[in-house]
Design a protein around this ligand. Structure first.
Ligand code: UT7
Length: 399
């Protein structure tokens, strides 16, 4: 009895940029990228929004067409799902189109999931595991008399969509070769059989070295100081020398001008480990990563999270048909396979033509795995991911 996966979907932008093409942008080459990461190309969402990608990944599951052009879609499903049968939408992303409304609320409207509750979640690249585990926990809780929803949550849609290439510094060869855009979706259904999520193990550790950050989350817009409103005439005249009625001021525009300093900015920079003269608003000041630190965290945590989740489910590696790990680097996956004493065939590899798509990588890889035809009802799989935060987690699932 539990939350069973009944359908999954995947959407990738059609624009495919190869390693050779990237070598025109930064000093790199196909040999370096392929041998160090396993990535041959990545997909770029030039004018596709995060919502476009999410809607495209979900569209076949509900029998819709994708709204946007230029997306490649695949799905694993047995039947078309009625959008009104969805009770919960959980959307994990680090690249929402807007802060409010949440992406889940936008998607709810787009898909016509008129009965669902909907909200977003940010657990960086571990987003799918955190969303899956939250969905399952809410399904369980909603079955109690004091449950959290109007009705028991029978069906949940977990969606992960990312436009990481819009947070990428395209002059930094250490990171720009790694990331790509895409979306993955998964529908869970409460099931009375022995199929479904058997265990979820989530864990965090502090990223004390700030080894994976993206400073863009802050805003320098603040027309106040400790005394109150800064919008006196003098300040206004300085920002708008040509005379603009203060009532019609576009604060977002002021923010772009960087005209009003944020008194907390120095502390934010200090916290993020940025130097005092760095401008976090500057273009190309986006995802920063200490690859080596994340590599060693990832290779260690991938194994221990899988082991913890299996232990919680009272199973061993011998019971597992396939592990679907976060697709950040093929070498991390090979390292984990070796450490766990398992053959590489037991690990899904989908990184080659899409790179690291953060939260979307596991549901996309899961769709590939289910479409391979090598998994069968009753098989046990493990999904596992790690990422900024630092977050990580694994879930054991019986198909
Ligand atoms: O989902 C978020 C989690 N992120 C990750 O899991 C990423 C984890 N880390 C990694 O995957 C790897 O650390 C990287 C792929 C990012 C880097 O691989 P590495 O084997 O750790 O390379 P490195 O950072 O030690 O760099 C080795 C050399 C350096 O040159 P020097 O200093 O030895 O002369 C780099 O400057 O390779 C150089 N280098 C490159 N050369 C060609 C770094 N990036 C590139 C590049 N092309 N794109």
């Amino acid at each position: 009895m539990g939350a069973k996966i009944i359908a999954t979907g995947k959407a990738l932008p059609e624009l495919n940029v190869t390693n050779d093409e990237l070598s025109k942008l930064v000093e790199t080459d196909d040999e370096w990228i392929t041998s160090r990461t396993g990535i041959h190309s990545r997909r770029i969402a030039v004018d596709l929004t995060t919502l476009d990608l999410a809607q495209a990944a979900c569209s076949p599951l509900f029998g819709f067409d994708a709204k946007a052009n230029g997306v490649q879609i695949s799905s694993f499903m047995h039947e078309v799902i009625d959008p009104e049968s969805i009770d919960l939408i959980l959307f994990a992303t680090i690249t929402p189109d807007a802060i409010v409304p949440a992406m889940a609320c936008n998607l709810r409207e787009e898909l016509g999931c008129a009965r669902s509750i909907a909200f977003d979640l940010n657990a960086a690249c571990s987003g799918f595991i955190y969303a899956l585990s939250t969905a399952e926990a809410l399904m369980v809780a909603s079955r109690n008399a004091q449950g959290c929803a109007r009705n028991p949550i029978k069906r949940a849609l977990v969606v992960c969509a990312e436009r990481l290439t819009h947070l990428t510094n395209w002059q930094d060869r250490n990171t720009c070769v790694l990331f790509g855009d895409g979306a993955g979706a998964c529908i869970l259904e409460w099931d009375e059989s022995d199929a479904g999520i058997l265990s979820c193990y989530l864990q965090n550790e502090d990223d004390v070295d700030r080894s994976l950050i993206c400073p863009k989350g802050y805003s320098s817009l603040l027309p106040f100081d400790e005394e109150g409103v800064l919008f006196d005439e003098a300040l206004h005249a300085r920002i708008f020398p040509n005379g603009v009625d203060p009532k019609n001021v576009d604060y977002a525009y002021i923010n772009q001008l960087g005209a009003i300093p944020d008194p907390a900015l120095e502390r934010i920079k200090e916290y993020l480990g940025m130097s005092a003269d760095e401008n976090p608003d500057a273009p190309y000041e986006s995802i920063r990563m200490d690859g080596k630190k994340i590599f060693s965290f990832a290779s260690k945590i991938l194994c221990s999270d899988i082991e913890h989740a299996l232990e919680m489910a009272n199973l061993t590696m011998d019971d597992v048909a396939l592990i679907v790990p976060h697709q950040a680097n093929e070498r991390i996956i090979r390292f984990a396979a070796k450490r766990l004493g398992q053959p590489m065939e037991k690990f899904q590899l989908s990184i080659m033509d899409c790179g690291n798509t953060s939260s979307a990588s596991v549901p996309m890889a899961l769709t590939d795995a289910l479409l391979s035809g090598e998994l069968h009802a009753g098989d046990v799989i493990v999904v596992v991911a790690f990422g900024g935060g630092l977050t990580s987690g694994a879930a054991v699932i019986r198909l």
